[in-house]
Ligand binder design. Sequence first.
Ligand SMILES: C[S@@+](CC[C@H](N)C(=O)[O-])C[C@H]1O[C@@H](n2cnc3c(N)ncnc32)[C@H](O)[C@@H]1O
Length: 349
Amino acid sequence: MTLEKRILDDIAANGPMPFERFMELSLYDSEGFFGGDTLRSEKSGDFLTSPEVSALFGETLAAYVQGELDRIGEPFILIEAAAGTGSLLKPLLARVDVQAVAVETSPAARATLSTVVPVVEDVPPSIRGVVIANELLDNLPMALAQRVDGEWRERWVGSDDSSGLIFVDTDPRPEVVDWLDSYAGDVPDGGWVEVQLEARAWVSGVLGNIRAGSMLLIDYGDTAENLLPRRRDGTLRTYRAHHLGPHPLDEPGATDITADVNFTALMDIHPNARLYRQDDFLTEFGLRDRLSEIRKAELEAARSGDEFERLRLRTLKTEAETLLHPRGLGDFRVLILTVSGTADAHHAS
Ligand SMILES: C[S@@+](CC[C@H](N)C(=O)[O-])C[C@H]1O[C@@H](n2cnc3c(N)ncnc32)[C@H](O)[C@@H]1O
């Protein structure tokens, strides 16, 4: 039985489901987008992430991890959540000598990852070190709400005989209203908001495990205020084979479902939160200097007639420019939540 048929049967038996339940099934069921044996985050897959674009991403993040290691000392562990194929960890660990583990839910990604680092079931309970998550939060199940006549309404997933899966209108749950009142901002009538309760719960939970160190959360999205112009249609969307896909209800399991991350709701979790643009963050940790060196070396190679080296450097230059592109990956956000390493924390793990 297909995933869509199982969802329709569930709705026939139990009534409409919250959108986050639908998203959970669509992405993480054994027939879900991340549930099967297909690797999604690679060049031949469905979307291209910064670590898949270039090893320069992991190499630049290595400078951040080294800084944290220098700040809090040993014992130190690096944890990457949603580590995909390991394309961030591999170049990073070639530059910084730290113990590292990965957490991944996708069976296809786990199989590849386990050749790079040990894969553990969950983020460990007591951490001195750094937790990184690149493009995890936009994929965590979220609820959906719409502003109607100055009130919040929730959109659940139901069905009708002619159209299959459809959005249905329900009274919003109290936790959804609390989140909307705190983090949606002044959304115009008709506007759509993705309510990211699970992202907040995940970040709070992991942060609570960090005795000393920090979390580095990288994703597309922005502050609540800057997301307001995108609220008329909302930011929920699907991807497949590097292109925007069909309506999120159309083909459960066959497309990625994602939305812009509301970083205001995450910055609020911890007093020591800093939000960067990805281009600024990577510049601070050396990528723009590296790009200048690559450009100079490319010229040298051209002058000396070393065509092979010139082409290698040109590829590397394009990768660095892609990571820094102000309207592309450079426009992603990097949130750092820092837990200071006190003497007490030093002995905690
Ligand atoms: C968009 S991919 C990003 C992969 C990788 N970080 C990259 O940048 O290429 C999102 C990944 O998050 C994983 N994921 C989703 N929920 C997770 C969770 N709770 N813990 C760990 N991984 C999770 C999915 O299996 C998927 O591989």
